[in-house]
Ligand binder design. Structure first.
Ligand code: NDP
Length: 237
């Protein structure tokens, strides 16, 4: 398969790059600024990295042209790139609201729109969005983040209906708390509390999310579309 992954340099995105490369698939990943990590990942896995801030429609157009040139076709898109921050609702600045929504929702829109044009002409494809359990149940101190991920849920279901007739599936993975740099702002005590609140009693690993992405990209998931699938150790039950 030919696979495009946004935000490949760290965490869940990196685990997806490694998992798909391990299975012998061709992978292009996008990243925003982590040049050294991108170079290392390219040499470790043979995946191709393209620098692209997905908040820019023009940058996405250029990166997608480059990705299509390298891959030929795109069978699978994983909209993984995302950012988060904590703060009381009334302290969220205009700029911070825009940073979160523009990356997590509008960025996924720009990339999906460009890739869907290719997939429609191919008459096949799989789009996998990385949402969050907070998009389903909401998180205090993360209203902007929760709103962006709830938007991704809506986009997943609507796009699944629109693209289904073209043979394209669209699904959303909704992780719970996963051990990545995104959670580096939390101290050990806070992480322990989150683990205790998780029925399975621990945090998730990026590789576990990547395994679900591999399944949704496979033929085994060919009749699954428009679904938002939790991978959260039971946290959001
Ligand atoms: P990380 O912070 O570890 O990695 C984020 C990745 O996104 C990096 O590769 C970063 O690139 C890239 N990125 C950020 N902004 C942009 C941008 N504007 N354009 C292109 N790439 C960008 O995050 P995680 O691995 O933890 O999270 C991955 C996804 O999973 C996110 O969508 C997140 O919301 C979601 N998620 C994570 C959870 C968790 O507990 N970790 C829980 C639920 C959902 P660069 O390195 O170049 O900045």
């Amino acid at each position: 398969m030919k696979v495009l992954i946004t935000g490949g340099t760290r965490g869940i995105g990196r685990a997806c790059v490694e998992a798909f490369r391990d299975q012998g698939h061709d992978v292009v990943f996008l990243y925003m600024q982590s040049e050294d990590a991108a170079t290392e990942l390219q040499s470790d896995t043979g995946a191709i990295g393209i620098k692209c801030d997905i908040r820019s429609s023009d940058e996405v157009s250029r990166a997608l042209q480059c990705a299509a040139d390298r891959l030929g076709e795109i069978d699978v898109l994983i909209n993984n790139a995302g950012v988060s921050s904590f703060g009381f609702f009334d302290s969220i600045s205009d700029e911070e609201w825009e940073r979160i929504i523009d990356t997590n929702l509008t960025g996924a829109f720009y990339v999906s729109r460009a890739v869907s044009r290719l997939m429609i002409s191919q008459k096949r494809g799989k789009i996998i969005n990385i949402g969050s359990m907070w998009g389903k149940v909401g998180a205090a101190m993360e209203v902007h983040y929760s709103a962006s991920k709830a938007g991704l849920r809506g986009m997943t279901m609507a796009l699944a209906k629109e693209l289904g007739p073209s043979g394209i599936t669209v699904n959303c993975i909704e992780p719970g708390v996963i051990r990545t740099e995104m959670n580096a702002v939390l101290n050990d005590e806070a992480l322990d509390v989150l683990a205790e609140q998780t029925p399975l009693g621990r945090l998730g690993e990026p590789s576990e999310v990547a395994s679900l992405a591999l399944f949704l990209a496979s033929d085994a998931a060919s009749f699954i579309t428009g679904q938002c699938i939790g991978i959260d150790g039971g946290f959001a039950i």
